[in-house]
Design a protein around this ligand. Structure first.
Ligand SMILES: [Cu+2]
Length: 606
């Protein structure tokens, strides 16, 4: 088959029209399901080999060199039981150099005005020799894991090729979809892009009581990522992974959507209800997923039952525009195909342009989502095709989780409060620097560079006391105590902020407007005036979606808003990290440490 077939013609059944010709035929590769490793079948003792290997991302692509857990993309899915510890020997067998070509294209758009990140190849960029020289130093973080600090994957404690690493995971936590991935300081964006990501599912009795599908065929994980590939001198795709940025956009937004390691795959489904464990594992791209049949959005066919840390209290409908998932966010979905004729086809589509800033896009217009300026040349994600099958009962749980409630307001009234400003600093001739400025309240006599937050008559004055990862640690939360963290977004983009260790709950999204004077952003200091209340020109809703009212470990902080969360660290004392989960931000330098401390040790802290 001619690989140059256009996406428009291949998707005609869906009425999808594209401004660009897709260089790969969509919906020809079957959706792969990653190999499962059931921990209890191995007495909780697992070995995962971190290997260089070859992987085919699409039928019409040559094989790509990758780094993968057990040599696969995605890695093996590890399945654990709540309360049964898992010990993993992470065996680093990476023997070759980074299998990703890193480049900064010299211009944002090509001579036809097409942004280069919508196109394959290097777009005139040269391969960065420093990235090409990266050897296989790695460290594994289990995202969402309640893990002792020694095994949490501190970004500076790396395992060299050949060096043993045995990590203990207690698994004293509720059922949820987690994922494990590389977390190397400054190079996570390359290592995850190279393939170092895998899923990790925790099971428990509550989910089994509800009769939710477990394992194939009716439970299917969907790891969604974007990837780009190089071109040879005749303009043909080579399969070589390319991480490309440009002078205007510091994040890599790749044109091809990959699900479980295949570009635009297809899944044959029976006439039944399926459970999809969806996770955005992209470096930077946010997706807003819409399910279409015959060109029409059918969001009511989808019920969300879980989020980052497992089941929601009750099932919820998707937001009316579609399911938004920023990097590292998860959704546990039930999709009902039981009423559909064999041969019916549905398409999952992404309507979020990039970089994502929270802007709305109606689901009814999903077919018009292709947007070159928004670095979204090909909105399609995957296709479902219904096949004949025995009639299956529909699953309709009405009550899900009963083991948590919103944090009690009286406990929060006296809780320690921490304020963090998200700040982008433009640098001449260099990639911008993003930081999380930890703020400390100062008195009226402090005349230095200040962040003031005005809420009506009340003005709180802050001073930045830490910005970069290596600055002094200022957060020492006490185990067992609720804290309220405020994330103040002083940038134009949405940042998914991830806190390691325990999950948290969102309390509020406060609309606000702010001003930063010229020269107000220095290396550590920042001057800004923040005023609570919506700017008249602000079109974002700033609402909390129903699917965000669960236990989260990653929360989107949109422009012009302050997100307030309640977090309580419970079990483990130690040094952990919190960071933006846009990997290009995390690597430059949107990550900070915090240290959890048992209360009885607090009096001895100097
Ligand atoms: Cu960010």
């Amino acid at each position: 088959m001619d690989p140059q077939v256009t996406t428009a013609s291949a998707a005609r059944g869906q009425g999808l029209e594209q401004p660009l010709t897709a260089p790969l035929t969509p919906f020809v590769d079957a959706l792969p399901v990653p190999r499962r490793l059931i921990s209890t079948e191995h007495q909780g003792q697992l070995t995962v080999r971190i290997q260089s290997a070859m992987h085919r991302f699409h039928r019409d692509l040559p094989e790509s060199r990758i780094w993968g857990y057990d040599g696969t993309v995605p890695g093996t899915t590890i399945e654990a039981e709540r309360g049964k510890p898992v010990i993993v020997e992470w065996r680093n067998e990476l023997e070759d150099l980074l299998p990703v070509v890193e480049t900064v294209a010299p211009k944002h758009a090509d001579s036809d005005g097409i942004p280069v990140q919508c196109l394959p190849g290097l777009s005139g960029g040269i391969p960065d020799p420093r990235a090409g020289a990266l050897s296989g130093h790695t460290v594994v973080h289990l995202h969402g894991g309640l893990t002792p600090a020694s095994y949490d994957g501190w970004a500076e404690n790396l395992f060299a090729p050949g060096q043993p690493a045995v990590f203990h995971y207690p698994m004293n936590q509720r059922a949820a979809l987690l994922w494990y991935h590389d977390h190397v300081m400054g190079a996570t964006k390359f290592d995850v892009y190279a393939g170092l990501a895998g899923l990790w599912i925790i099971r428990d009795d509550r989910e089994r009581q509800l009769g939710l599908p477990e394992g194939p065929p009716f439970e299917v994980p969907l790891l969604i990522q974007d990837r780009n590939f190089n071109l040879d001198d005749r303009g043909r795709l080579t399969g070589q992974l390319v991480h490309k940025t440009d002078p205007d956009v510091m994040e890599a937004f790749a044109p091809f959507t990959v699900v479980n390691g295949k570009v635009w795959p297809i899944l044959e489904v029976q006439q039944a209800t399926y459970r999809f464990r969806v996770i955005n594992g992209s470096n930077a791209r946010t997706y807003r997923l819409v399910l279409l049949r015959d060109g029409d959005a059918e969001l009511e066919r989808v019920t969300q039952i879980g989020t980052d840390h497992g089941l929601l209290p009750t099932p919820v409908n998707l937001p009316s525009d579609g399911l938004v998932l920023a990097s590292a966010e998860r959704a546990d979905l039930l999709i009902d195909f039981s009423d559909l004729e064999p041969g019916s086809e549905l398409m999952l589509l992404n309507t979020a342009s990039a970089p994502f800033d929270g802007a709305a896009f109606p689901a009814a217009r999903a077919l018009e989502a292709a947007n070159l300026e928004g670095l979204l040349p090909f909105p399609q994600v995957m296709r479902f095709r219904v096949i004949p099958s025995p009639a299956a009962a529909r699953i309709t749980p009405t009550v899900l989780a009963s083991d948590y409630v919103p944090p009690p307001l009286e406990e929060l009234a006296d809780a320690p409060r921490r304020a963090i400003a998200l700040v982008e600093r433009e640098l001449e001739g260099q990639v911008n620097m993003l930081t999380m400025r930890e703020l400390r309240i100062v008195g009226n006599d402090d005349t230095g560079p200040l962040v003031t937050v005005s809420n009506g008559e009340r003005i709180t004055r802050y001073r930045a006391v830490a910005a970069h990862f290596e600055d002094v640690t200022t957060f020492f939360p006490m185990l067992g105590e609720f804290e309220v963290w405020q994330l103040i977004n002083l940038t134009g983009d949405t940042h998914p902020i991830h806190i390691h260790l325990d999950p948290f709950q969102i309390l509020a999204r406060h609309p606000m407007r702010y001003q930063i004077p010229d020269g107000g952003i220095e290396d550590l200091d920042i001057s800004a005036s923040v005023v609570l209340g919506r700017d008249p020109n602000d079109e974002l809703s700033h609402q909390i979606d129903d699917n965000e009212r669960g236990l989260k470990d990653t929360i989107r902080v949109n422009p012009n808003e302050i997100v307030e969360i309640a977090v309580r660290f419970t079990t483990y004392s130690g040094r952990y990290m919190y960071h933006c989960h846009i990997l290009e931000h995390e690597d430059r330098d949107m990550m900070r440490p915090f240290v959890t401390i048992a209360p009885e040790l607090m009096p001895f802290m100097a």
